[in-house]
Design a protein around this ligand. Structure first.
Ligand code: URA
Length: 435
């Protein structure tokens, strides 16, 4: 087989066979196919798409490109959660300890920031010493002991996806439905949990901007998950404005800690409770949404979820003291307020623009090897539906220099759309259980 012929075939719109896909994934993983040929293939897939059979084959080939975790030595129904990526999405930082504090084993695999969206691992690294490079046995031991462990896509888990994910990030080939579905599900299937809850974002800051595309992606992933024998549920949630107020690693960790103290932003907590309820039901702790929500609310009110976060940070080498003293987290030296030059109601906050502003500040990666600055970001002061007067502060920028802050300023101003009437937009668009 020659990669050249496969690129040509896909460019012309034909479907690749199972053998061709598994050969391509294997040879790319072991370095025999160079990045430039794989980039051409990714671009051809962006233009020509893949059918359901190709997508499933790509998922399974990527899953099998490395180790598939065997979590059978963990008792209970292991539940994993994944978000398709958003701006200000610190959901896992709150949800994982909340659900684990109910006694449900959360064996989670997380990623780093990609493009304008953030990643859980970068956020967790705000805790000094914290690591997600756990061996399989440490991972299992931690879940058995404290019900929660988060590992990175280190070691040999879906290495094909790891390599491809980094390549797609810098070749403008991220937001293609089959590529996203196979990327996410290959990792989820390799990570070995029994059940999976997917948070599929839609709106301006999401990879799937159109709601109909987000539903299609959710259906595709639920089909793959259930087909591979894992109970899979997808919740489609709003990403037409950043989630919560904080965007940027350390700022988001602070907001997550506030949320576990019962002071989370309303839009953010709505998403947390919707996903948490699905996890509690799949994990066998509740039969109904209402029952699940009551358990989760109590986990926050009693302080059990916050305690679980500290325990988890400590278990993975971090300083759990920071959970009780978030003022110790990295803080940027320069602060600039973004003012409104109009009066009216906020109708939209383009999440992608805010994500790009955070990228300009150094809070995200523009190439696969970029270093990120954990301290920088944006704190939104006004959200959709709020009324603003001329001169009101829309957002506060936290930057490493005033030059960078001024560079981000314009993007943030442009992100805010102000109109005459407030618009309503539900946070939860739908739930897919079986595709
Ligand atoms: N998240 C992933 O894990 N993969 C993608 O392709 C996009 C978002």
């Amino acid at each position: 087989m020659r990669m050249y012929d496969l690129i040509q075939k896909k460019k012309q719109g034909a479907a690749l066979s199972g053998d061709e896909i598994s050969w391509m994934v294997k040879e790319y993983t072991n370095g025999a196919i160079p990045d430039y040929q794989m980039s051409a293939m990714m671009m051809a897939i962006c233009f020509q798409g893949m059918d359901e059979t190709e997508t499933l084959q790509l998922t399974l080939s990527m899953r099998d490109s490395g180790d598939v975790l065997d979590l059978s030595s963990i008792s209970g129904i292991k539940v994993d959660k994944h978000s398709t990526g958003g701006v200000g999405d610190k959901t896992s930082l709150v949800l994982a300890p909340m659900v684990a504090s109910l006694g449900i084993p959360v064996a989670k695999m997380s990623g780093r920031g990609l493009g304008h969206t953030g990643g859980t691992i970068d956020k967790l690294e705000c805790f000094p010493g914290f690591t997600t490079s756990l061996s399989e046995s440490q991972f299992i031991e931690n879940v058995n002991r404290i019900k929660l462990a988060i590992m990175g896509q280190t070691g040999n888990l879906a290495p094909a996806d790891k390599k491809l994910y980094a390549l797609r990030d810098v070749t403008a080939t991220v937001n293609q439905m089959s590529l996203i579905a196979s990327s996410i599900m290959s990792k989820k299937l390799a990570a070995g949990s029994d059940a999976i809850v997917l948070d599929v974002k839609t709106g301006n800051g999401a990879f799937m901007q159109k709601e109909s595309d987000a539903f299609a992606l959710a259906e595709e992933m639920v089909r793959i998950g259930n087909g591979a024998g894992k109970r899979t549920v997808a919740v489609i949630t709003d990403m037409d404005q950043p989630l919560g107020f904080a965007v940027g690693n350390s700022l988001e960790v602070k907001e997550a800690i506030l949320s576990l103290n019962g002071q989370g932003p309303a839009d953010f907590m709505e998403v947390v409770y919707a996903l948490g309820a699905q996890m509690a039901i799949l994990g066998g702790k509740a039969d109904t949404q209402e029952e699940a929500r009551a358990l989760l609310l109590d986990a926050v009110k009693s302080g059990a979820a916050l305690k679980k976060l500290a325990e988890f940070v400590e278990a993975q080498g971090g300083d759990g003291n920071y959970v009780y003293h978030p003022e110790l987290l990295p803080a940027a030296p320069h602060i600039l307020e973004v003012k409104s030059s109009e009066e009216g109601f906020i109708t939209r906050i383009l999440a992608e623009e805010i994500g790009l502003a955070s990228l300009i500040l150094g809070g995200g990666r523009s190439t696969k090897d970029s270093e990120i600055d954990l301290s920088v970001g944006i704190l939104l002061k006004k959200k959709r539906g709020d009324h603003v007067q001329y001169g009101d502060t829309l957002a506060t920028i936290y930057a490493s220099s005033m030059d960078k802050a001024l560079e981000a300023y314009g993007k943030i101003v442009n992100a805010y759309h102000i109109g005459e009437t407030p618009e309503k937009c539900p946070m939860i668009k739908g739930v897919i259980k079986e595709a």
